[in-house]
Design a protein around this ligand. Structure first.
Ligand code: C2E
Ligand code: CA
Ligand code: CA
Length: 477
């Protein structure tokens, strides 16, 4: 007896507890309950399906007949949908006129979606008024392992949205690739959100990739490439965390960190008798930010460094656009003595005559050009034509993406080339791993101001003499 009473009491408590099951209006499960259910299925390695249902024209009912009528219609449709569920299925109200269903077995999804739509669109009398609404339904199926519940829900929501824009009252299934993309985007977004903390914990690193002259392969410069030494996920590449950083504004923190890290590394190199020409990448977002130039120059010149061996790489498509703010940023850089370099040249087909407006001295040819050279003889002609053009404009050209000796041979057969970069010529690596190669390159050695070879350390310590030799053009034309 006492036992039965206790059970009844706890059931009552559960029914009053807002954290447990139950949407107040419809009596369906809540979004939270549905998500936990979905998570459990995914953890068990099952391939559940999500159906995302959004009523069409429900707002019209609310607006014309009032909220009480709207509520009644919602309750009715919720009940009709719930009656269609099979064992193990769950339905929840997501809020408003949106519902989500979880099916443990994906194969049942299309048939159920059809029955749901029939139930939703059946005419119903509410307060004496005959009503009929439609339903747009999106389906997403967990394509494989490792998918999280939120990504699956978002994919179904996205498919529902496609159904809506496709003319309403339809059923759409998200392609598995889209569902995977959602998963990837979500993971990248979560990763990006922890970037500021990662910067504070000093988890970003610079790797340096050699830029070499094609005949002797000596280093004429280095490009700084950012990496993230993630405590759990290991070394992460820019493609894994920069795209979302660019859309969320966090890129400013990354680019600022990179500029400071470049300066710190230069100071260290100079203390070791080295002074290589260095380039680093800036996002267009950073360049467009009002007032970003002066703090950047401050970072780059900290420790008394001069700017004549520094290149900023900016993507060509952006730099050549009709973007006044960006152009003035580039002119500001150039006026301060920084070399401006157009990155990924030829990836976008910007107008060549814009080249005259941009204060760029270096062009970095996108590696797509070299990719094509081996398969296609006319690609070589295009490459050589670009080399001629760049020479006519008195710019210096770096070809990116040299991966094999055949490509290098093609480049060597043409005299006008300034430099080349690619895995064959040197993979990006931490500074320490490049030290020996830098010492072998006369262009990368620090020339002490007092002319005493081997006393570079003293010269470096004297920050007012930032290397007499360093003002010489580092790159042969
Ligand atoms: P990018 O500026 O074009 O840099 C060259 C990229 O190509 C690097 O990838 C490099 O590792 C890769 N690469 C070099 N040689 C070869 C080759 O022979 N074959 C192939 N397939 N790839 C090669 P990474 O480091 O993953 O960087 C990707 C992009 O991320 C960079 O392209 C740049 O746009 C951006 N990025 C890198 N570091 C920074 C940074 O500090 N700030 C900003 N804003 N963007 C950065
Ligand atoms: Ca670059
Ligand atoms: Ca590039």
């Amino acid at each position: 007896m006492r036992r039965g009473a206790a059970r009844a009491l706890s059931a009552l408590a559960a029914s009053l507890d807002p954290t447990t099951d139950g949407d107040q209006l419809t009596g369906l499960a809540t979004r939270g309950t549905l998500m936990r259910h979905l998570e459990r299925l995914l953890e068990r390695g099952e391939h559940p399906a999500i159906l995302y249902v959004d009523l069409d024209d429900f707002k019209l009912v609310n607006d014309t007949l009032g909220h009480a009528a709207g509520d009644e219609l919602l309750r009715h449709i919720a009940g009709e949908m719930a009656r269609l569920l099979g064992p193990g299925d769950m339905i929840a109200r997501q809020g408003g006129d949106e519902f989500a269903l979880v099916l443990p077995s994906a194969g049942d999804a299309p048939a159920l979606a059809g029955r749901l739509r029939t139930a939703i669109t059946a005419p119903v009398s509410v307060r004496g008024v005959q009503l009929q609404v439609g339903g747009s339904i999106g389906i997403a199926v967990a394509p494989g392992d490792g998918l999280d519940a939120s990504s699956l829900l978002e994919a179904a929501d996205g498919a529902m949205y496609q159904a809506k824009v496709g003319g309403r009252d339809q059923i759409r299934r998200a392609a598995d690739s889209v569902t995977r993309d959602r998963q990837r985007d979500r993971a990248a977004l979560t990763l990006t959100a922890s970037l500021p903390a990662a910067i504070a914990r000093d988890e970003l690193r610079l790797h340096w990739q050699p830029i070499v002259e094609v005949d002797g392969l000596t280093i004429i410069g280095l490009e700084a490439l950012v990496r993230w030494e993630h405590p759990e996920r290991g070394l992460l590449y820019p493609g894994q965390f920069l795209p979302f950083a660019e859309t969320s504004g966090m890129i400013h923190a990354v680019d600022g960190w990179v500029a400071s890290a470049v300066a710190r590394q230069r100071v260290e190199w100079r203390m070791r008798g080295l002074d290589p020409y260095v380039g680093f990448n800036l996002s267009p977002q950073f360049a467009r930010l009002p007032g970003s130039l002066d703090p950047l120059l401050e970072r780059l010149t900290s420790g008394g460094l001069s700017l004549d061996r520094v290149t900023v790489e900016l993507t060509e498509s952006v730099a050549l656009g009709e973007d006044g703010r960006l152009l003035s940023f580039l002119h500001g850089l150039a006026n301060a003595g920084v070399t401006v370099s157009l990155d990924d040249f030829g990836r976008a087909y910007s107008s060549l005559d814009r080249l005259r407006d941009v204060p760029a001295k270096w062009i970095k040819l996108d590696r797509a050009f070299l990719d094509r050279v081996q398969e296609d003889a006319s690609a070589t002609d295009v490459l050589f034509a670009i080399l001629e053009l760049v020479r006519a404009l008195k710019l210096k050209l770096i070809v990116e993406g040299v991966e094999n000796p055949e490509q290098l041979e093609v480049l060597r057969s043409h005299g006008a080339l300034t430099g080349a970069q690619g895995f064959l010529l040197g993979r990006p690596a931490p500074a320490a791993a490049l030290e020996q190669r830098l010492r072998e390159s006369s262009r990368s050695r620090l020339l002490p101001a007092d002319g005493h070879a081997g006393e570079a350390r003293a010269a470096a310590a004297d920050t007012s003499s930032t290397g007499a030799g360093s003002s010489a053009e580092p790159v042969a034309g």
